[in-house]
Design a protein around this ligand. Structure first.
Ligand code: PGA
Length: 251
């Protein structure tokens, strides 16, 4: 697979956030009713901070924007302070003028998870698809909660988390104890994500150097789910120097 992934290496994590926010701002200014895909985790927090600043200081308006989030913990409702709905409300939605009814986050308490996932896919299609999807990357190369082994054509579904993901999310940043982390989640599939017209993946810090190298320079393989972005026509990784450390120099 000839990798199409473009890599932008920034001096530090603050610059990663500024660059990512600029891409969103450019889209939203040119298409005020853009449909955007969003991610949770530590990495995008600074980008959301920058978007909130742009809203407050520069008038960037999300009034007509629709958003879809990648995933949600199975079993948590949106009021739980570790749910991704709660994360998005506090990190971004309450700080900008996006209409709450235009923000779609999978319901971790849905009575029927299969129906919830199907309705989510249908909603994305009815909105015309995702213009730009922001992603993070797991230490094991996952995107959303598509853990290693996830098929390239996977759709939104109920998935199990790997032990490494459970541990990464209970290192004190989010859950305090691995026992508190839900074992399952609803997650957009790799096929769902690949249909976005543009993808921007962010990574900062040395613990992301191995998965970034595997995604960009490694084989196109479900063993590293993010490598399944290699044939996407418009995919950019924005990384800091530490996360870029394992990339082949010839790039
Ligand atoms: P992180 O998570 O930003 O908290 O490192 C990324 C991910 O698991 O996708």
């Amino acid at each position: 697979m000839a990798g199409n992934i473009k890599v932008k290496v920034c001096k530090g994590s603050a610059d990663v956030a500024v660059q990512a926010a600029k891409i969103f701002a450019r889209l939203i200014k040119s298409k005020p009713d853009a449909v955007i895909g969003l991610a949770t985790g530590s990495t995008p927090e600074a980008t959301y901070g920058e978007l909130a600043r742009m809203h407050k200081k520069e008038g960037l308006s999300f009034a007509k924007v629709t958003s879809f989030n990648l995933d949600e913990y199975w079993g948590l409702d949106g009021d739980h302070d570790q749910s991704y709905r709660y994360f998005m409300n506090t990190q971004l939605f309450k700080k900008v003028d996006i209409r709450p009814w235009n923000t779609y986050v999978l319901n971790g308490k849905a009575v029927n998870p299969a129906l919830e996932c199907e309705a989510y896919e249908t909603k994305i299609v009815s909105m015309g698809g995702i213009d730009l999807w922001l992603l993070g990357i797991g230490g094991n190369g996952h995107i959303a909660f598509n853990e290693p082994g996830s098929p390239v054509d996977s759709r939104t579904r109920l998935v199990s988390l790997t032990q490494s993901t459970i541990e990464a999310n209970s290192d004190g940043r989010f859950f305090k104890d691995a026992a508190e982390v839900p074992r399952c989640a609803l997650s957009a599939g790799i096929g769902t994500i690949r249909e976005a017209r543009k993808i921007v993946l962010l990574a900062t810090g040395s613990n992301k150097a191995d998965p970034i190298a595997a995604a960009v320079n490694g084989p196109f393989s479900p063993d590293c789910p993010s490598s399944l972005l290699q044939d996407h026509p418009d995919c950019t990784f924005i990384v800091d120097k530490e996360a870029a450390a394992g990339l082949k120099k010839s790039r």
